[in-house]
Design a protein around this ligand. Structure first.
Ligand code: KIV
Ligand code: ZN
Length: 527
């Protein structure tokens, strides 16, 4: 696993005309996907992964949107050293002040401010005339620039904006102090040729355009977000906004891993490059899908489970003769290593620590001791311990570290005769409680027991089981999504027993709800 200290940081100089800046918005636009909420600790883990992979700009949130967003931007800003940290703000002083408050201690802060410029958005959403939108934009960019040296401006719904008005606004935004102009395809409507022509048009018609970096932000409603982003790069854009696994509103945003690898693999056709360490892609993808519960489709480019699998005889034969016959990039180039069975119940602490480092984890002494014990327990139950098992085990440990409600034990009666029942023991705030419940199946019985021990009104929105490796002794990784009073949380649990993993995932989601409840109560008190 490459780290930021090993990577060569490409200097962002004019001489390096082919350098494309990667602006990751997983924590802001990605988090706007319904059901995709992340807590502070999870956002910090993702920010660390993004920085380690060499992302240039991390958009950490929309500080005025909620206290949670504010804290996330503030804490990411305080932690990240190499990358620029951006916070989003509408065209208002209140938004910009709040964004600056969150960003001010960042090593490299950026205020990203936006206002809609398309006729549809101006008339119906903003109910403002174009001149008023223009003037509001100039005022807000200038205001942001007084606070922060690095200001990005976006005309929302840019691809459906009338060209003369777009040119006028872009020119004024640059005059007012914006050093990045981001053109969003907010509704995923454009097509590559049209978007290329739009960027070309801006470069030809806006007189001061050379004073700013042109950025693009493409949504994937027609499945064209990556193609549109690449077309824009060919036309002169030098920043792309994207998310890990392409998560985001509706059909999502342009997928970072696809853009990075398209530029890397097809440097002959597209002579541009990014500063992203592509070997970190798989780990980042896995982290985001585990935290959000948004599993990656198996045939997804670069990070899908089948992206490097060869099933048909003809392909397998070709691969044996020369891997280049059916592989245009190596699995290793995206950080995918063949699962090697190097760990087993006789492996010692040193070997385990080395394996964790190879997988990108650095644990403190106590955490390491805990993880090692869990590994030994797993190795006792499971014949083969693969890298994926160790990742699931450590993720599970890290996610449950601060839980108030803790899983102790579970005994289940399942099968066709019924009634299916679950006898569950939990530790709630230090007190051990037990309950035996029945249900329509063992999962239902287990969840009923949890509800009896910890009564709550949250609704189950998602229950998802994923096998970490192959084989009937594989660990199950379960995601449970709960919703209560508009608050959504995702819980995860992993275990060789699917029902234990299910109980752990439900309990994890409840723990996260408790934290959210406490935070809402605190902010209601201080309001
Ligand atoms: O899609 C969009 O238009 C956005 C802007 C705020 C950049 O996310
Ligand atoms: Zn967007």
């Amino acid at each position: 696993m490459a780290t930021k200290t090993e990577r060569k940081k490409t200097e962002m100089t004019e001489a390096d005309a082919g350098r494309v800046f990667i602006f990751d918005t997983t924590l802001r636009d990605g988090e706007q996907s319904p059901g995709c909420s992340m807590n502070l600790e999870e956002k910090l883990r993702i920010a660390d992964a993004l920085e380690a992979m060499g992302v240039d700009i991390i958009e950490a949130g929309f500080p005025i949107a909620s206290n949670g967003d504010f804290e996330a931007v503030r804490d990411v800003a305080g932690r990240v050293k190499d990358a620029t940290v951006a916070g989003l703000a509408r065209a208002s002083r209140k938004d910009i002040d709040r964004a600056w408050e969150a960003l001010r201690h960042a090593a490299r802060p950026r205020i990203h401010t936006f206002i809609s410029t398309s006729p549809l958005h101006m008339e119906y959403k903003l109910q403002m005339a174009p001149d008023a939108v223009h003037d509001r934009m100039v005022e807000s960019v200038a205001y942001a620039r007084n606070l922060c040296d690095d200001v990005e401006w976006s005309p929302e719904d840019g691809t459906r904006t009338e060209h003369d008005f777009l040119c006028r606004c872009v020119e004024s935004a640059i005059k007012a102090g914006a050093s990045t102009i981001n053109i969003p395809d907010t509704v995923g409507y454009t097509v590559p040729e049209e978007f290329h022509a739009l960027i070309d048009m801006l470069r030809n018609r806006v007189p001061n355009i050379d004073k700013a970096v042109i950025s693009v932000h493409c949504h994937n409603d027609l499945g064209l977000a990556v193609a549109n982003s690449l077309a824009a790069i060919r036309a002169g854009a030098r920043q792309v906004e994207c998310t890990i696994n392409g998560i985001g509103e509706r059909a999502g945003n342009a997928a970072m891993e696809e853009i990075v690898m398209a530029l890397k693999v097809r440097g002959d056709a597209m002579p541009y490059h990014t500063g992203v360490v592509s070997e970190n892609i798989t780990q980042a993808s896995h982290l985001v899908s585990t935290i959000t519960g948004f599993r990656v489709q198996p045939n997804k480019a670069i990070v899908g489970a089948n992206a490097f699998a060869h099933e048909s005889g003809i392909h397998q034969d070709g691969m044996l003769k020369h891997t280049g016959t059916y592989e245009i990039m190596t699995p290793e180039s995206v950080g995918l290593h063949k699962s090697t069975l190097v760990m087993g119940k006789h492996s010692g602490r040193h070997a385990f620590k080395a394996k964790l480092q190879e997988l990108g984890y650095v644990l403190g002494d106590n955490e390491l001791q805990d993880a090692f014990q869990r590994f030994k327990d797993l190795a006792d139950k499971k014949k083969d311990v693969y890298d994926e098992d160790i990742v699931a085990l450590v993720d599970d440990q890290m996610m449950h570290a601060n839980d108030r409600i803790r899983f102790v034990s579970l005994q289940v009666i399942a099968g066709s005769r019924g009634p299916q029942s679950a006898e569950l023991e939990l530790n709630i705030d230090g007190e051990t409680k037990t309950n035996k419940s029945t249900g329509a199946g063992p999962v239902d019985a287990t969840f009923n027991a949890i509800k009896t021990l910890f009564p709550h009104a949250a609704q189950l929105q998602l229950y998802q089981v994923h096998a970490v490796t192959e084989g009937t002794d594989a660990q199950a990784q379960v995601t449970v999504r709960l919703e209560e009073d508009g608050r959504t949380v995702n819980g995860q649990g992993a275990d060789t027993d699917t029902l234990v993993a299910s109980a752990k995932a439900y309990i994890h989601a409840l723990n996260k709800l408790l934290v959210k409840r406490e935070k809402s109560a605190l902010s209601a008190l201080s309001a």
